[in-house]
Design a protein around this ligand. Structure first.
Ligand code: SF4
Length: 369
C-alpha cells in the first residue's frame, strides 16, 4: 500500500520584474509516494529549481509569489503554513541538496560545526553529542577518517566529498523526503556514479522519497521510478521511467532522448533540439514548444494542449495534440506522426517550422554551428 507524501496541484510561481511577469512555474501537478524517486528533467530555465524552491518556500517574496495552487505535504498545505511551522518542515521533514556545495557550505565554519548546528537547532542536542552525530553522518557517507575530517573546512575537501558532506547534512535529521537539485552536475563521471549509488543506498535503507532534479537523462535512467519532463514552467510529459525512454509521446521528450550520446550510434551526429527555451515573460501562443517542434500543426499555434492521460490508468500523460497512438519510437509511430503533419499542417505552421529549420540547420540543410 503506497503512502502519498507530497501532492502538488496547479502550482504557479511568478516573479514580478521590470521587464514583466516571469511565469517560472505555471501549472505544475505532481505526486510522490514514500520511498519513490521522481526524476524532474528539462533544459535550464524550464522551472525545475523554482518548483523545488517553492515547495520549501525558499522563494524570495517579493519579487516571487505563489499565485495559485496547493502543496499538500502529508495533508497540510505548505502554501498557507505559517513561517515558524514551515521552518520545522524544512530540514526535519524535507531536506534539499543544492548543486554547488561550495556556495552552500559556509567557508568559515568546519563541516562538523555546520552539521552539528542543524542537529542542535532541530533536535536540541548539546555541542558534544551533536559533534558525535556529525562524525557518524560523515562515516555514513563514506568520508574516510571522519573523526579527523569533521574538524576540516569546506575548502579542504574535494568537490565530490563536499557533495557528500551536503548529503550528510541533508540526512542528519532523517527527513522523509529529499530534493536533490542537480547534485552531480559539477562532478566527474566516477564521482557522479558514487554519489548516485550513495543516495540510492541511503534511500533504500531509510525509505526516503527523493525528487531528483536534473537535465541529465542518464541520471534519471539510473535512479528514477517516475519521470516528469518540464518545459516552460509546466509538465510536458509524466510517466513511469520505462515509458519515458521506450514510449515517449511529447516531441520535447523525444528531442531530449535524441540528444543523448549513444555508444551504438558511433559516427552519427547528435540531433540537438533546435532553438532554445522561450522567454518566460513572452511565452509563445498555443503549445509553448511549437516554435521548436518538428511536428507542429496549425492547431498547436492557437490552442495550448492540456496534460492528458494516454491510457486508462492515467500514469502516462502528455501535453501534446498528437494522437495517443503516436507515442513511441517505432516506425509505425513515426509514420502516424508524419501523417498528422501532412493532414494538420497548413501554411501558418509550415512557416513556423521552416523559420526554425532554417535557423537550426542552415538554409541548405547542413547543421549550423
Ligand atoms: Fe509539437 Fe503540437 Fe505537440 Fe506542441 S502540441 S509538442 S507543437 S505537436
Amino acid at each position: 500500500m503506497t503512502e502519498t507524501l507530497l501532492e502538488i496541484r496547479g502550482l504557479k510561481t511568478h516573479f514580478k520584474t521590470e521587464d514583466g511577469m516571469v511565469r517560472a512555474v505555471d501549472g505544475v501537478d505532481l505526486t510522490i509516494d514514500r520511498g519513490e524517486t521522481l526524476g524532474v528533467v528539462g533544459e535550464s530555465g524550464c522551472g525545475k529549481t523554482v518548483t523545488a524552491m517553492t515547495v520549501l518556500k525558499l522563494i524570495q517574496m517579493p519579487p516571487g509569489r505563489i499565485v495559485a495552487g496547493s502543496i499538500l505535504w502529508q495533508g497540510r498545505d505548505l502554501v498557507t503554513l505559517p513561517a515558524e511551522a514551515m521552518r520545522k518542515v524544512r530540514s526535519k521533514e524535507i531536506a534539499i541538496i543544492f548543486q554547488e556545495p561550495m556556495t552552500s557550505l559556509n567557508p568559515v565554519y568546519t563541516v562538523g560545526q555546520q552539521i552539528a548546528e542543524v542537529l542542535r537547532l532541530h533536535e536540541g542536542l548539546n555541542r558534544h553529542d551533536a559533534m558525535d552525530r556529525a562524525v557518524e553522518m560523515l562515516r555514513l557517507v563514506n568520508i574516510p577518517t571522519p573523526e579527523r575530517r569533521v574538524r576540516d573546512y569546506p575548502h579542504q575537501f574535494s568537490g565530490g566529498m563536499r557533495q557528500r558532506v551536503m548529503i550528510a547534512m541533508a540526512l542528519s535529521l532523517s527527513p522523509q523526503m529529499i530534493i536533490a537539485d542537480e547534485p552531480t552536475t559539477a562532478l566527474d563521471a566516477t564521482v557522479q556514479a558514487q554519489i548516485l549509488d550513495l543516495l540510492l543506498r541511503l534511500q533504500h535503507e531509510s525509505g526516503t522519497a527523493l525528487i531528483m532534479i536534473t537535465h541529465d537523462l542518464g541520471v534519471v535512467a539510473d535512479i528514477a521510478d517516475d519521470v516528469m519532463v518540464m518545459y516552460a514552467g509546466r509538465p510536458a510529459e509524466k510517466a513511469a521511467k520505462r515509458d519515458v525512454f521506450y514510449a515517449p509521446h511529447h516531441p520535447y521528450t523525444m528531442g531530449l532522448l535524441e540528444s543523448i550520446p549513444s555508444s551504438s550510434a558511433v559516427g552519427d551526429r547528435l540531433r540537438p533540439i533546435p532553438g532554445s527555451p522561450p522567454s518566460l515573460i513572452n511565452l509563445p501562443s498555443g503549445c509553448k514548444f511549437h516554435p521548436r517542434c518538428g511536428y507542429v500543426l496549425d492547431r498547436c499555434l492557437i490552442e495550448e494542449p492540456p496534460l492528458r492521460p494516454l491510457g486508462p490508468d492515467a500514469h502516462h500523460s502528455s501535453a501534446c495534440w498528437l494522437p495517443v497512438k503516436a507515442a513511441g519510437l517505432s516506425e509505425q509511430a513515426e509514420e502516424l506522426r508524419a501523417r498528422m503533419v501532412h493532414e494538420g499542417r497548413g501554411e501558418a505552421a509550415a512557416e513556423v517550422f521552416q523559420a526554425e529549420a532554417a535557423g537550426a540547420f542552415g538554409i541548405d540543410g547542413s547543421a549550423a554551428g
